[in-house]
Design a protein around this ligand. Structure first.
Ligand SMILES: O=C(O)[C@@H](CO)OP(=O)(O)O
Ligand SMILES: [Mn+2]
Ligand SMILES: [Mn+2]
Length: 557
């Protein structure tokens, strides 16, 4: 693709027609694993998804959804929505945030670049605050990266450092936050022995404090703001390990939902509110659950909640979280440049596109799908519909979520005849899987399956095509296992797995509009999510650009 020769025009597929309605269904957190009682997809009644599997191997197969197949550093990295939807939409594998930050830290380049030099201006006189998720989950952040950044920042002049932690329990086992806090404390104590005034200043559970997304509930961000910036919270402790241990003793408490707390000194004063002149870094590399806080930290004009004080700070994100909004303006590591996504190509080739999910996954089929870009490519050809999610609850209470509403919206969009592609994310397997509630997750999987049926019925009616896949595993395995695959016991009980998995995910194609002779190729055995975009382009009647990962299908005469 020379700079002069570039064109958005896609070549016509030699064998496949245009103009067929295509439904693109992404089941969030729906992997394939051996059947047992902790496989909620297996336990649930899922007749629609089961029937698709009968199409194997020509119309149903598995694809890789974790590790290097989606641009993560190692094969031990579970998949996640950001990298999964990026790969699905972009059709290529990009080194993702986790990896880019690793490289920048390892080479030391992070300290030479604009973002770090910008915040460094504060070091001589003020405090450096680091806010983010404290775990080794590798989905939003990693503790070892925070440790390296702490060391690097102090070597580059930071004298006073305050860390504002968010406990995880979603990408890692519940209860593991205590160990992570101990590791962090040891690191900070080492810095203190070198004369750096470094301590934890505040904390709270990620789902209750700070890490909301897609504006589902600004209260979550406000709780964090009060603790991190204002130094105010209902719970006060002398150190972070004591804070987490004590708060976990409350009935029903877990890492994801710990209430906000601040660390206070002997005179009960918060040790680390953010004040004028300070530097702040949000050290998560993943975007979706940081952009709301980023807005609060960055925007002069802001009406989502009363900030009480809006300190004049030097703020940088670990990455730039939204390339379109340039949010934040300063960042330590450049995000992957994901351009020429399949969504943009298809719209530019006249494919009228409808995308829908409920709030908690809305950005997945729009923002992540389009390479971390918000907004439409062409508002005349696209419509994105967000169904408001319930807020203030954990989804095991409401495991059906808005699956049927998403199904209805997709059905109506399909039947309207106004669209060529109708794309949805059905969140249940993932969102309920993260609660660790096995029974509720079974209900969730059934609801997701019903939504799929509703959409496939509509595809049937209009003579269309469907592609059903998932972004990574979750609900298919709800227990931590040993190397042999047996559930691991701790104190006589199985350890519930709230996180995603390393499992592959299914992909199924079909529908009355699928041309005869279309089937999955046999020569892409290690195909992954990034191979789906070229496949979808083919099904719309186009050949994918040369640099896209190869298509999964062939047409046999
Ligand atoms: O909830 C989230 O933020 C992640 C897990 O950390 O899940 P997903 O990647 O499915 O959005
Ligand atoms: Mn997901
Ligand atoms: Mn998830």
């Amino acid at each position: 693709m020379g700079s002069t020769g570039f064109s958005w025009k896609l070549a016509d597929h030699p064998k496949l027609p245009k103009g067929k309605l295509l439904a693109m269904i992404v089941l969030d957190g729906w992997g394939e694993a051996s059947p047992d009682k902790f496989n909620c997809i297996h336990v649930a009644e899922t007749p629609t998804m089961d029937s698709l599997k009968n199409g194997a191997p020509d119309k149903w197969r598995l694809v890789r959804a974790h590790g290097t197949a989606v641009g993560l550093p190692t094969e031990d990295d579970m998949g996640n929505s950001e990298v999964g939807h990026n790969a699905l939409g972009a059709g290529r594998i990009f080194a993702q945030g986790a990896k880019l930050v690793d490289l920048a830290l390892a080479s030391g380049k992070i300290y030479d670049d604009e973002g770090f030099n910008y915040i460094k201006e504060s070091f001589a006189t003020n405090t450096l605050h680091l806010i983010g998720l404290m775990s080794d989950g590798g989905v939003h952040s990693r503790l070892d990266q925070l440790q390296l950044l702490l060391r690097g920042a102090s070597q580059h002049g930071a004298k006073r450092i305050r860390v504002h932690v968010l406990t995880d329990g979603r990408d890692v086992l519940d209860g593991s936050s205590v160990g992570f806090a101990e590791t962090l404390e040891a690191e900070l104590s080492d810095l203190r022995s070198k004369g750096i005034d470094a301590q934890v200043a505040s904390g709270g559970g990620r789902m209750y404090v700070t890490m909301d997304r897609y504006e589902n509930d600004w209260e979550v961000v406000k709780r964090g703001w009060d603790a991190q910036v204002l130094g105010e919270a209902p719970h006060k402790f002398k150190n972070v390990v004591e804070a987490i241990k004590t708060l976990r003793e409350a009935p029903g408490a877990n890492d994801q939902y710990l209430p906000p707390f601040v660390i206070v000194d002997d005179s009960e004063k918060a040790v680390g509110p953010v004040v004028d002149g300070d530097a702040v870094v949000t050290f998560n590399f993943r975007a979706d659950r940081m952009t709301m806080l980023a807005q609060a930290l960055e925007y002069e004009k802001f009406d989502k909640f009363d900030r009480v004080r809006f300190p004049k700070i030097r703020y940088a994100g670990m990455l730039q979280y939204d390339g379109e909004l340039k949010l934040p303006n300063h960042y330590l590591v450049s995000p992957p440049l994901i351009e020429r996504t399949s969504g943009e190509y298809l719209v530019k080739n006249g494919v009228r596109t409808f995308a829908c999910s409920e709030t908690v996954k809305f950005g997945h089929v729009t923002f992540f799908w389009n390479g971390n870009r918000s907004g439409y490519f062409n508002s005349e050809l696209e419509e994105y519909v967000e169904i408001p999610s319930d807020s203030g609850i954990t989804f095991n209470v409401q495991p059906k979520m808005k699956a049927l509403e998403i199904g209805e919206k997709a059905r109506d969009a399909i039947l309207s005849g106004k669209f060529d592609q109708v794309r949805v994310n059905i969140p249940n397997g993932d969102m309920v899987g993260h609660t660790g509630d096995v029974e509720a997750t079974v209900v969730a999987c059934k609801a997701a399956d019903e939504a799929v049926k509703m959409i496939l019925d509509a595809v049937e009616q209009v003579g269309g095509i469907y592609v059903v896949t998932a972004d990574h595993g979750n609900a298919e395995d709800m227990v931590k296992r040993n190397k042999k695959g047996e559930p691991l016991l701790k104190d006589g009980e199985v350890q519930i797995l709230t996180s995603h998995t390393l499992q592959p995910v299914p992909i199924a194609i079909g529908g009355p509009g699928l041309a005869a002779g279309v089937k999955f190729r046999k020569d892409v055995p290690s195909g992954g999510l990034a191979n789906v975009a070229a496949t979808v382009m083919n099904l719309h009647g186009f050949v994918a650009p040369d640099d896209y990962e190869t298509t999964l299908i062939e047409v046999v005469d």
